[in-house]
Design a protein around this ligand. Structure first.
Ligand code: 5AD
Ligand code: FES
Length: 368
């Protein structure tokens, strides 16, 4: 059954019985604070997760391949104007070594993530993707920002399987405010997501919860957009202010929505958004994000997995680079080696009665 089949015409809005998941319903659930109602939401999200994607938690090794970035996104610590950051770009053999480590640790896939870095050329990424695919059985996900179709096609041909590009918000005014355009570089992430799908990528996207200027209406629309696009992977984590950015300092007040409308960047709201995302996209891969684990170092990872998530992205970047990839401060696990992270996660996942996923863990129900 596809998510659309949940809709039974005029009698009720799409969603499992008792859950109206149209715009008004999502907005009401996002603002719900009755513990008994929330308990229903958690149970339903966990039930749907188990029924549709099972108990396996898929691990994706995250390799932060470059902290260079030409963009000026107002929320991101890697933005070009941040001068006090010591930037790095990994060599091809270093990236391959990380991928081999991920394979050795039993992960089914790796995610190569970076700021928007023209220094990661078409030829360089092609070489790296070929090397990883030639040397390991890993699925390869790219998360390199907004790139040309020609590059995207070549990387797909070299063996890349998936691409992650968060659309960040469905509100076009907010989008433009937080993503100042570079002259001559238009930004349309929805269009890129569409094009990548036709190229054969599995596509992933997501938003931050509580970005200044995000209203309840916006977040409800964001979640509906996940369904409209039938996204394969959906990352939903809290916005964490970075003091190096315009949205982390004193000036942030100018960006906030009216007090009753501004979505808070807290754990509870994030968990509601994760749970609702599972209900509207029952078959998607949904990570329990590092941002959530950073906000609640004790229980964040587990709570994400208990409220709809089925993926974790442990960091396999060498520690000396990882500490310099500072999108926001205090990132969870930043000083752990890949091995230590693996042991810790293994324990956390098993403590929930869940198992570690085997193989690439792709979206199974879509013919790609
Ligand atoms: N807090 C939380 N998440 C952030 N991201 C970027 N900056 C922040 C922040 N300050 C997220 C964005 C981006 C992804 C790689 O990290 O959603 O797409
Ligand atoms: Fe680097 Fe936006 S600031 S991708």
């Amino acid at each position: 059954m596809s998510s659309a089949e949940w809709a039974d015409g005029a009698s009720r809005a799409p969603g499992p019985p008792g859950f109206d998941l149209d715009h008004a319903g999502l907005k009401a659930w996002l603002q719900e604070d009755d513990p008994a109602r929330l308990e229903l939401l958690w149970m339903e999200a966990d039930r749907v997760r188990k029924a549709r994607v099972g108990d396996a938690v898929h691990l994706r090794g995250l390799i932060e391949v470059s902290s260079h970035c030409v963009r000026h996104c107002l929320y991101c610590g890697l933005r070009a104007p941040t001068v006090e950051l010591e930037r790095f770009r990994m060599e091809a053999d270093e990236i391959l070594a990380c991928a081999q480590e991920a394979h050795r640790l039993g992960y089914g896939s790796v995610v190569l993530q970076a700021g928007e870095d023209p220094g990661l050329t078409k030829a360089f990424i092609t070489e790296v993707v070929r090397a990883i695919k030639g040397d390991t059985p890993l699925a390869v996900t790219l998360s390199l920002g907004e790139r040309d179709d020609e590059e995207l096609r070549e990387w797909k041909a070299a063996g890349a399987d998936r691409y992650l590009l968060r659309f960040e918000t469905t509100d076009p005014v907010l989008y433009r405010r937080i993503h100042p355009n570079l002259p001559g570089v238009p930004s349309d992430r929805f269009a890129q997501l569409q094009r990548m799908r036709t190229m054969g990528y599995e596509i992933g996207t997501g938003v931050m919860v509580g970005i200044p200027g995000q209203t309840w209406d916006t977040l409800a629309s964001d979640i509906l957009r996940f369904r409209e696009f039938d996204m394969d992977m959906i990352g939903v984590g809290p916005f964490l202010p970075s003091p190096r950015t315009p949205l982390g300092g004193q000036g942030v007040a100018a960006f906030l929505a009216a007090p009753s409308d501004q979505v808070p960047n807290d754990e509870l709201t994030t968990l509601k958004a994760v749970a609702l995302t599972r209900l509207v996209c029952p078959d998607s891969n949904i990570p329990s994000t590092t941002a959530l684990a950073t906000l609640d170092q004790a229980r964040g990872r587990e709570l994400g997995l208990l409220r709809g998530a089925n993926v974790v992205m442990p960091n396999v970047t060498p520690v000396h680079y990882r500490i310099r990839y500072e999108i926001y401060p205090g990132k969870a696990c930043v000083n752990e080696t890949a091995e230590a992270c693996q042991d810790c996660l293994d324990g956390r996942i098993r403590s929930l009665g869940r198992s570690l996923g085997k193989g690439p863990g792709g979206r199974s129900s879509r013919a790609m």
